[in-house]
Design a protein around this ligand. Structure first.
Ligand code: F3S
Length: 444
């Protein structure tokens, strides 16, 4: 039970629905009057305030939700109080709702050196979500854990890589919902109609045209991550249209692009011509709009992006980090094949982050066993960037990774330095302890 209601006081007064600019249905008004419980009333109050803030005219029903605010290190005590308050007051998710990684590997947290006190804080949050009925996917790649909406479906998602992916690779509709408001949308089963829910905001408005890339490029997800980061940094919050990529791009490649574009900038919708749905040609992706700007992307831009993200001074690796966003079964398989018969250097931690669904599939295919025998640590249900309880235990370490998102956030959150590498280079660095790529476009 909450003992510090502080920030919740603002939501304790019942509002007069007649004052609202937002048009509500009878059922929505009933939620706002508290006729479906106090938890639902508070959630609806917040959804309405979000709608008013963005000038929405109405709420849209959603068919499913994905919550970002799962980690204790995202919401801390105040956020945990809030989630527990909602659960204590009978709030339940109204639609199927998946959820992001938490702050600990739920089974193996002790082996990872997480303290009892920190684990307890994470557990309190996990339990509150479970009481509300979330599906315990604990992954940032919900689209690889069974949450795959249909093209055009209206959903309420948060987690930047996931929102970018669902809007672009799947073609469903979601705004990048704020943490904690995402939970409220899942409880009331509605989102305000704003931003990416409106057709006119979904059309492309900046063109990226790839030129000069030979067929040694885009064989590894790293190149998609570098391109995504460059595009995100340049487009900022516009809707980029990218032409010139090979049509062979796979789901994990688009995932790498999506995460990096949402980290290098604030992109939450993109078109990859010939790859993502609804944009087979630039004309379709732009619709009635014209590109504000055309950017020619050459290999040099991606080489420079790689150099910029690679902040480490030397080549000795302390950690190799894979699975940001969470690794798929395919990625775990590929990594296992690269490391089969070898051992991780005793000077290096090889950490691979994944969700429990893909872990189970990879375990059945034997990949987990190969990886663990080689000395890799498979982190389930969590994320390096959410596990640091302020100990600073990774500060100053050199991390080799293929993830544009990890390269953006881990230095600030964990105090590490980065070397960007292909999957093959990552595995080689884990085995030898030394990164031997050339900070340029490596072999595949
Ligand atoms: Fe996922 Fe953590 Fe990366 S939540 S996207 S593994 S920063």
């Amino acid at each position: 039970m909450i003992d510090r209601p502080g920030a919740l006081m603002i939501y304790c007064c019942h509002r007069n629905t007649g004052d609202l600019a937002l048009k509500l249905t009878e059922q929505e008004k009933s939620m706002l009057r508290g006729e479906m419980g106090e938890g639902t009333r508070i959630a609806m109050e917040i959804v309405v305030q979000l709608g008013e803030l963005y000038g929405a005219e109405r709420l849209l029903p959603i068919s499913n939700a994905h919550i970002d605010a799962a980690a204790y290190t995202t919401v801390w005590e105040a956020g945990s109080d809030f989630i527990e308050f909602l659960a204590d007051h009978g709030a339940k998710t109204a639609v199927p709702t998946t959820i992001n990684p938490v702050s600990k590997d739920i089974e193996n947290w002790k082996k990872l050196g997480i303290s009892e006190g920190f684990a307890k804080k994470s557990r309190r949050l996990e339990e509150a979500y479970l009481r509300m009925g979330v599906i315990p996917t604990w992954t940032c790649a919900p689209y690889q854990a069974g949450n795959v909406p249909k093209f055009g479906e209206v959903v309420g998602w948060s987690e930047s890589n996931a929102v970018n992916f669902v809007n672009s690779a799947i073609g469903a509709r979601s705004e990048r919902l704020p943490d904690l408001a995402d939970v409220c949308c899942a409880i009331v089963g509605r989102v305000p109609e704003f931003g990416m829910y409106l057709e006119e905001n979904r059309l492309g408005n900046i063109l990226f045209s790839l030129q000069g890339f030979d067929d040694t490029w885009f064989r590894d997800s790293l190149d998609y991550a570098l391109l995504g980061y460059f595009v995100g940094e340049t487009a900022i919050n516009r809707v980029p249209v990218v032409e010139g990529l090979p049509k062979t791009a796979g789901v994990d490649d688009v995932k790498a692009f999506s995460a990096a574009a949402a980290s290098g900038g604030a992109v939450c919708r993109f078109h990859l011509i010939g790859i993502t749905p609804g944009g087979d040609t630039p004309a379709m992706a732009f619709g009635k709009k014209t590109a504000h700007e055309t950017v020619i992307v050459r290999p040099q831009h991606l080489l420079e992006t790689r150099k910029k993200l690679s902040t480490a001074a030397g080549t000795a690796a302390d950690m190799v980090l894979l699975g940001c966003p969470h690794a798929s079964c395919e990625e775990l398989d590929r990594t296992a094949e690269l490391i089969r018969g070898k051992k991780v250097s005793k000077h290096v931690d090889l950490w691979i982050m994944t969700g429990r669904v893909q872990y189970r599939l990879a375990a059945e295919r034997g990949a987990i066993q190969i990886l663990e025998e080689a000395g890799a640590v498979i982190l389930r249900d969590t994320c390096l960037m959410e596990m640091d309880e302020g100990t600073g235990r990774w500060a100053g370490k050199t991390v080799v990774t293929n993830s544009g998102k990890a390269a953006q956030y881990a230095p600030a959150i964990n105090g590490v330095r980065i070397i960007m590498a292909t999957l093959r280079e990552c595995v080689a660095a884990a085995v030898s302890g030394i990164f031997t790529g050339e900070h340029c476009h490596g072999d595949q």
